[in-house]
Every structure is written in C-alpha cells, then in structure tokens.
Design a protein around this ligand. Structure first.
Ligand code: GDP
Ligand code: ZN
Length: 442
C-alpha cells in the first residue's frame, strides 16, 4: 500500500490557474476534509472553497475534481485542485495537505505510480517526459506518437513473436522429431532471422528519433574572419557570439538552439581553422575539429570577398554532410552561382542578411530529408538502443548456436532485453534513474 502524495502539476509562479494533484489512498478523504463537503461526482469540475484544516479559514475558491481509482492517471485515487495561480495560495495549500498527512511527491512519482499500476508502459512514461520537454512541432509529434503506445506495441509485438518461437524451440528440445543440424529447427529459424533483420533495420535508422529528441547538431566551420560568428548571430537574430575584427577570437564553441521548420537544431560556432600560435587557440581549433566530426551537418563558411581564394583547411572538410557557403556576398568577387569543390555554394551576407532565407531553407530541407519521420515509430533513447543491440546480438548468437539448448538460452536473453524497454522485466534498478529526470508533478 503506497502513501498519499501531492505536487504542483502546473508551472510554478504567478498565473491564472495552478493545478495541484493528489494521489493515493487518502486523496478522497483529504479532498472531503478541505472542502468540508461530500466528494463531488467523479470527473466533474465542481466549484468549492478550500479551508485550512485547523482554523477553518478559507484558503482559496476554485474547481476540484475527483478521479476514483483505478480509472485515474496513476491508477490510485486522485484529486485535482484548480486554484488561483500564485505563491501564497500554493504555500497555504501545501501546509494544509502536509497537516493532513500527505507528502510532497518526488520528481516523476505520479508517472512512476502509473507505470507500477500498469496504466503506462515505460516507453509511454518516457514519452510524457519528452512531451513536457518538447520545444518544436516534430518533437511534440514524436512524443505524442510514443505516448499513444506505438513504440511499446512494436517492441511488445517482437517480444510476443520471440516468446512463441521459444515455446516452439522448447517443444523441439523435449520432443525431437528430426536431428537438428544446428540449434534451430526449420520452423524457428526464419522467425529469429526475420526479427534480427527487423531489429537491425530499426537500429540503422540514422538515429532519427534520438536526433529529434536531443536536437540535430550543425557545426559552423571556416577560416578565421570568414564571418562564422557574424553568420551565427545573423541566423539567431540575437547577439550570442563575440564578433570582432581580430582573427581567432571565437575560442570556444558557442551554441544556439533553433526551431528549423519544426525540427530542433543546435547550431554551433567554432574557432577558426588555422595554424594557431597561441595554445588556447589551438585548443579551440581542436574542439572545432572535434565538433566537425561529431556534427550531423556542417556549414562550411568561406570568405567570398577573397574569391577565387578558398581556405584549404575548410575545403578539406567538404563531404556529403557539408553545405558550402560564401559569406560577405555584399563584397562579392565571385560569380552569381559559385561552385565550391564541385558543389553549388550559397552566397550569403551576414552583414546585410542577403541569402539568409535561402540558407535557412536549404538547411531546413536537408534536415527534413534526413530526419523526417518514416512510417514506423522511431527509436528515441540510448536506453532503448542498447537493449535492442543486446537483443539483436543474442538473436545472432542463437542463429549460430550448435545446440538447441544454447539457442534457447540466447532467445531467452533476447526476450528479456526487449522486455526491459517496455518495463515488463528487470526494471526495478532502472526506475530510479528513469523517473529522476522527470519534473515534479509529472
Ligand atoms: P569569424 O572569425 O569567422 O567568426 O568571423 P567574424 O564573424 O568575427 O567576422 C570577421 C569580420 O568580418 C568582422 O569584422 C565582421 O564584421 C566581418 N563580416 C562578417 N560577415 C560579413 C559580411 O557578410 N559582409 C561584410 N562586409 N563583412 C562581414
Ligand atoms: Zn568567430
């Protein structure tokens, strides 16, 4: 039997309305105590005055809702208080609820109770956190889809197929009809092969879902004074990077978060690529190159006023993940449709803003082309990826196992790995870590 908890479910601070959520066996009695009235009909907003338990003084007047378990978010008895948003009201309600024996909830404790009471699987609980954190439309859509259970159903479906294959294999072991050449019979082998291939394809998805969740990284690279910092500022339309006339002043990596047509993008300015005299600058360049190697996309900035001279260190980074840009188009010495390293380059001017809409739209279509959602739900977390890798490795071992008993053990491991993702098995030790990252009141 769990204790009863409460927390502010809306954002803290002043506001039109704040929502305080109660969950646990005492939620109903507490609501009755605060209002001094019988419980309202389930799931109906009812106007009520809330009173201090000791003095009977009115704390606030607002709407109260009563959700008797198990048909509630957590599966327990739940009550919601929709009160005027503000600190004094919150602090009076907090005192009252504490006096009545309720405890302030830990971060994620409501979702954790929902999971433990079977209202959500782990992927759905994680989707709630993602939806709360979503900053762009594509992130919101992905989280919502996962909250609808698309990802959980995919993994549970695979797990069911494996469980059936395992039952078949165990029957083969108990009642052998044929001498099995390897570990798996003709009925089981195609199932395991098919699943290994499906999981392999799901893993090799360009980390689409993880990128959408964490942000797509674009590094701005180029020689000192090419105009990288100016370009970042012009794109972000705010002063985030230091712009100066002295070469080599952007010493560390400066990052801005952009919403590019609904996709979350982390755009990073880097130190200029050149032979550095100063140690601190050399460190900046090392970081720039490190950024370049880890970035999903690279914006290669050339100084267009020096045409036809192109910085060789920047040119060396031109690959299929790079977009060449000729900056300082206001001083243009280059042709109208310049070609850099065999690729069309976009003329832009950080100073006048010329070419920026075209640059943003080119970046936007590139991001869309790479990360637009496909038909199948996307893999969204490193936790899921590592469990799926374990699963696929076990399946591959099962396929080459010399004995059916060994293959069965591998398939059992593969099934467990899938079960860990949705929280069917082996999760006790994971839950603290998973729910710790949630906000309070979720
Ligand atoms: P970074 O070292 O690549 O980050 O270059 P900065 O952004 O610091 O710019 C270097 C110099 O070029 C500064 O004096 C900027 O004002 C100038 N600059 C940057 N972009 C443009 C541009 O589009 N046109 C002109 N005329 N000057 C620019
Ligand atoms: Zn700079």
């Amino acid at each position: 039997m769990s204790d009863s908890i409460f927390a502010l479910a809306s954002a803290p601070g002043r506001g039109g309305v704040q929502v305080i959520r109660l969950s646990g066996p005492d939620a109903g009695a507490t609501l009755g105590h605060l209002t001094g009235r019988p419980l309202p009909p389930p799931r109906q907003a009812t106007l009520a005055s809330l009173r201090e338990p000791g003095s009977g003084e009115v704390i606030d007047k607002g709407l109260v809702l009563w959700f008797p378990g198990p048909a509630s978010f957590t599966g327990e008895d739940v009550a919601e208080l929709h009160l005027h948003g503000g600190r004094a009201v919150l602090s009076a309600v907090t005192d009252a609820l504490t006096t009545l024996g309720l405890r302030v909830a830990e971060p994620g404790e409501f979702s954790r109770r929902a999971f433990e009471n079977g209202k959500l699987d782990l992927t759905e609980a994680e989707a709630i956190a993602d939806l709360v954190d979503a900053e762009t439309a594509a992130q919101r859509r992905q989280a919502l889809r996962q909250l609808d259970g698309d990802l959980g159903r995919l993994y549970d479906g695979w797990r069911t197929r494996l469980t059936r294959a395992l039952a078949h294999l165990e029957a083969d072991i108990d009642f052998p009809e044929e001498d099995l050449p390897g570990g798996l019979s003709d009925a089981v082998r195609p199932v395991v092969e098919g699943l290994a291939a499906e999981i392999g394809a799901h893993l090799a998805d360009n980390s689409r879902g993880e990128r959408l969740r964490d942000g797509i990284s674009i590094a701005i690279l180029g020689a000192p004074n090419a105009g990288k910092s100016s370009l970042l500022n012009a794109i972000a339309r705010r002063d985030v990077a230091i712009v100066s006339n002295t070469a080599g002043t952007t010493r560390d990596v400066i990052e801005v978060h952009l919403d590019l047509g609904g996709y979350p993008v982390l755009l990073a300015d880097t130190a200029g690529l050149r032979e550095a005299a100063e140690a601190i600058e050399a460190e900046g360049i090392r970081r720039a190159l490190d950024r370049a190697s880890r970035a999903d996309l690279k914006l290669l900035v050339f100084d267009g006023s020096r045409w036809p001279l192109l910085d060789p260190a920047t040119l060396a980074l031109l690959d299929e993940d790079a977009l060449p840009v000729l900056n300082k188009a206001d001083l243009a010495a280059h042709p109208a449709e310049p070609v850099v390293g065999g690729r069309p380059a976009l003329p832009v001017s950080a100073a006048t803003g010329q070419g920026l809409p075209a640059l943003l739209s080119a970046l936007g279509s590139e991001v869309e082309r790479r990360y637009a959602p496909s038909g199948a739900p996307a893999l969204t977390r490193a936790r899921h990826r590592s469990a799926l890798e374990d699963c696929r490795d076990s399946l591959l071992r099962a396929l080459s196992a010399p004995l059916p008993e060994l293959a069965a053990e591998d398939i059992r491991l593969a099934t467990r790995a899938l079960g860990r993702i949705t929280g069917r098995v082996d999760v006790e030790e994971l839950l603290d870590v998973i729910f710790r990252d949630f906000c309070i009141g979720k």
